[in-house]
Design a protein around this ligand. Structure first.
Ligand SMILES: [Cu+2]
Length: 260
């Protein structure tokens, strides 16, 4: 959920202030969006919990799960995670080498993070899909997470302006009426939102759990479908709600112009 910019995911949010919204996103950003070159078959993955448009980081505990489904086979990559810094905060990195043609669906299940500004826990189950060596079968397969976005648009090899469509599943079933927050990874802070509503955009899922978004400019875009987990987590003797986000990242590119 978005929250006031002054909150910055801290207790300072007790100061009432209906300010600009910015949203936290689980992030898994690969060093390359597709693998085409045998000599560059090793993909670096950066895992964080951040505010991607504003470029504000948050410390992320070591995830509960981190893995890849490659060619339909699940591989646990948790042991490959190394501590790193993203936006000056604790994050994680790993490398994965594609050995054969396949589609790798990388996924992260984080430790729930307590957000004082919202008095609830947040966990973003986050995915990114990287195809290797011309293979593209399997990009539409669910990983089987408690909540996840299953792409209906192939989540790689897309141009800017393409409409991205996905289906939100909660416990494997389509989730209607769910808000999906959309944010750009403003990595080098090249962009600025013209007004506070444009840091995070929002669309909703229809009766079949399907949402669409037309991508306006090039780069990595995150889609975070926000659901309420059925369970609560106890903190300081009180049962706290858990926001369960299903997040998917995809890169959209400008075409190259041929030199004449
Ligand atoms: Cu936040």
């Amino acid at each position: 959920m978005t929250h006031g910019i002054r909150a910055l995911c801290s207790a300072l949010a007790l100061v009432l202030w209906a300010g600009p919204a910015l949203a936290h996103f689980g992030m898994v950003i690969p060093s390359q969006d597709v693998v085409t070159d045998k000599d560059k078959a090793k993909v670096g993955l950066v895992v964080s919990f951040s505010h991607p448009m504003e470029g504000n980081g948050m410390d992320m505990a070591k995830p509960k799960e981190f893995g890849v489904v490659d060619g339909g086979k699940k591989a646990d990559l948790l042991a490959a995670l190394k501590p790193a810094k993203v936006m000056d905060h604790a994050a994680w990195t790993a490398e994965y080498a594609f050995k054969r043609p396949g589609v790798g669906i990388f996924y992260v299940v984080p430790e729930p993070y307590f957000e004082p500004a919202e008095d609830k826990f947040i966990e973003h189950l986050t995915k990114v899909v990287v195809p290797a060596f011309g293979e593209e079968e399997g990009w539409d397969e669910p990983v089987g997470l408690a909540a996840e976005i299953v792409p209906l648009t192939r989540p790689f090899g897309n141009y800017v302006g393409n409409v991205f469509t996905g289906k939100v599943l909660v416990d494997g079933k389509p989730a209607p009426g769910v808000t999906v927050e959309v944010e750009y990874y403003n990595k080098d802070k090249a962009y600025e939102a013209p007004n506070e509503y444009m840091t995070t955009q929002a669309v909703k899922t229809d009766a079949n759990g399907v949402f669409s978004y037309a991508v306006p400019f090039a780069g990595w875009w995150g889609f975070a479908a926000l659901t309420d987990a059925p369970e609560t987590i106890e903190k300081d003797g009180a049962a706290k709600k858990v926001e369960r986000g299903a997040v998917l990242w995809a890169k959209f590119l400008e075409p190259k112009r041929k030199k004449k």
